[in-house]
Design a protein around this ligand. Sequence first.
Ligand code: FES
Length: 145
Amino acid sequence: MEEISRRNFLSTVINSLIGLWVIGAGILSSYAGLKYLWPTEKTAGSGGEKKPSFPLAELEEGSMKKVVIGGKPAGIIRLNGQVYALSLICTHLGCVVSWHPDEKRLICPCHGGMYDVTGTVLGGPPPRPLPSYEVKLSGDTVVIG
Ligand code: FES
């Protein structure tokens, strides 16, 4: 009788530990998966200089350079001889948009919001344009902000 009780007790403890481990692993993997699929302003990076500057030669026509302004991701795009600087934080729910040079537009991976190179909304749910930053050319150096 005593051995059966001991066996039941050990079985209950082991099953409980396995159950807790499975629940914990499920919660952690769900959180990591959501963070990967839905990169938000907080997960996109932090720190960085307030007024990034770099040689214009580093930015090829049609390409985008990512910088951090005030701890938030921004994109510097050179297109048709102009340089544009935009926040990369989608105005819908805060995902990080990416530059699609073949389409010449920024597209949000979360709900398909689309913006042109000036930040104007072209389609999808974003309610406002992407905020832009001032761009100055000092000789061959691009200065943002
Ligand atoms: S967060 Fe960008 S379209 Fe929804």
